[in-house]
Design a protein around this ligand. Structure first.
Ligand code: MSP
Length: 524
């Protein structure tokens, strides 16, 4: 069986509708998951919603509905977003599912059995917005003297009876983990932040709440619900069969397994400190990598409801196209860094790179074949120039791109692809097949055949980023399903199509030209 690969997004709080930051994480993770499948990996890709906690309880109360009703409604918008954007998740998990309650209680019990849980009294700062506890030394003052967390969210002084987790006991094991496995936290900048935080010393963590009841009940302590992050983080193993399905755990959550969490930079501490500590305590294997991507900013400014600059991803998908949006977000931002979006930037990139560079290349080549050869596939008699181009395309599409996806660098995969697309454009201009039609028809055919193969390979290779458009093109030019993988990239489907007498029709443009928004249009 092929090598398993488990990849997850964070699970989102469904206390509002999804915004483009949520879409970004889902799209990036999806591209990496799709690329892994194209490498022949046995992929398990999980996403979902994080439905417990005070934030959900308070939002529901403000709307006069129950938290369960709020979760039910809002979770469906996240799922709808995923489905519209072509997110190829294997499971959309909701933390209110009974199986997840069961997994959360099992990991709790395992931590209790390890002697890592005790009762006490919690007194300190809590941010409902972040669902996080902060140390007094981390609190900053806002403009009006109000207390804020390091993330700039309001905090409130909280005093209550609570269960505690012996996080302090894991300071040394965690530092050892980071030292021995530098790939555990990526990118490097996030790793440094976490190292500094853990080196400064870890306090035991309050892991239950008794002042509200919207959560997973603590085993043997029915007045307490688990701190929402305990149950939220556990979602990853619920989906891998914990606690009862040992076979599934051995496949998708094994010791030394290839398990990757893709999350935003604001929640690295939970994933790179608390989560491995919980797992160590419960005797469960650790993931390979926690990757903290950057934030999407609206023209460099943080998105916020009060600024009215929050973009609805489905709105953009409808205005610009699903694949245009996917491509834009992945190409525009170096994965790991923050990035900005704007209507001009998406229109510009979609038009120049997808429309002009790739779309036109396919359009020109295929229309020319349809018109001048009545769709018959041209005869291949490759010369050195043709071989150089095809080798370059093969290197980019079959080697550089999968390697970039494996490094969790989708933007680098796109750069490699785009270089190959540009090389094809230079080739078509230099060879000018339209001029060869009268003077050297055999050479014209060789050039067109070279381009046909190159376009097929480029379309195969870019599937993780623009799956819908790539599939449309691949269907149009007849590339068989088993050749649509990185491994099948060099397969000789062209000769097979030729001998089967395949003909190609005049295509419709893959990426219709997008218009720049008018200056005064509603613009975000
Ligand atoms: N529920 C927690 C995660 C629990 S994971 C066990 C949570 N939810 S969230 O809805 O606030 O965020 C979900 C994901 O979206 C996080 O990874 C977060 O970093 C990411 N993003 C939220 N806003 C974002 C941007 N503006 N840009 C990019 N990603 C952003 O945190």
């Amino acid at each position: 069986m092929s090598r398993p690969f488990t990849i997850t997004t964070a699970i989102s709080y469904p206390n509002g509708r999804p915004h483009i930051g949520h879409a970004y994480e889902a799209i990036a993770t999806d591209a990496i998951a799709r690329a892994a499948r194209m490498m022949g990996r046995d992929v398990y890709f999980q996403t979902g919603t994080d439905e417990h906690g005070l934030k959900m309880a308070q939002t529901a109360r403000a709307r006069g509905i129950t938290p369960a009703e709020l979760a039910e409604e809002m979770s469906s918008y996240f799922k709808e977003m995923d489905d519209t954007l072509g997110i190829s998740y294997d499971r959309f998990i909701r933390t209110t599912e009974p199986a997840h309650h069961c997994a959360s209680q099992a990991i709790w019990q395992a931590m209790a059995d390890a002697g890592d849980l005790y009762t006490g009294r919690y007194e300190g700062w809590y941010s409902v917005r972040d669902e996080a506890y902060y140390g007094a030394e981390e609190i900053v003052e806002g403009e009006n003297g109000e207390k804020l967390s390091p993330q700039g969210t309001p905090v409130e002084w909280t005093v209550e009876e609570s269960w505690f987790f012996r996080l302090s006991k894991y300071q040394e094991p965690l530092l050892k983990l980071y030292a021995e496995r530098p790939e555990f936290i990526q990118p490097e900048s996030r790793r440094n932040e976490v190292l500094r935080f853990v080196e400064a010393g870890l306090q035991d963590l309050s892991v239950s709440r008794s002042t509200f009841d919207w959560g997973v009940k603590v085993p043997g302590s029915p007045d307490h619900v688990m701190y929402v992050w305990v149950d939220a983080l556990t979602n990853y193993i619920t989906g891998c069969g914990y606690p009862d399905d040992a076979e599934r755990m051995a496949r998708y959550w094994p010791n030394g397994g290839d398990i990757v969490h893709i999350i935003g930079k604001d929640i690295v501490r939970f994933h790179a400190v608390y989560w491995p500590a919980f797992l160590m305590s419960a005797g469960i294997p650790l993931p390979r990598t926690v990757f903290g991507h950057g934030f999407l900013l609206n023209r460099g400014t943080k998105m916020s409801k009060s600024l009215g600059n929050v973009v609805d991803p489905l709105d953009w998908a409808e205005r610009y196209g699903v694949d245009q949006l996917r491509y834009f977000l992945l190409a525009e931002v170096n994965f790991g860094n923050d990035g900005s979006y704007s209507t001009e930037a998406i229109v510009q990139r979609a038009n120049t790179e997808l429309g002009n560079a790739f779309g036109n290349l396919a359009q020109r080549t295929l229309s020319f074949i349809a018109k001048n050869l009545e769709g018959r596939l041209p005869v291949r008699t490759a010369n050195a120039d043709d071989e150089i181009l095809l080798d370059m395309v093969c290197q980019a599409a079959g080697t550089d791109m999968p390697a970039a996806f494996e490094r969790l660098a989708p933007h680098e995969a796109i750069q490699a692809w785009l270089r190959a697309v540009f090389a094809c454009n230079q080739y078509i201009d230099a060879q000018a097949p339209w001029a060869l039609r009268k003077t050297d028809p055999a050479r014209m055919e060789a050039v067109l055949a070279t381009l046909y193969v190159a376009i097929g390979r480029l379309a195969v290779a870019i599937q993780p980023v623009i799956p819908g458009s790539a599939a449309k093109l691949l269907d149009h030019i007849g590339v068989p399903a088993d050749a649509r993988t990185y491994e099948g990239l060099a397969a000789n489907w062209y000769a097979e199509l030729q001998s089967a007498g395949f003909t190609v029709a005049t295509p419709t443009p893959l990426f219709p030209r997008l218009e720049m928004p008018a200056e005064d249009s509603e613009d975000v």
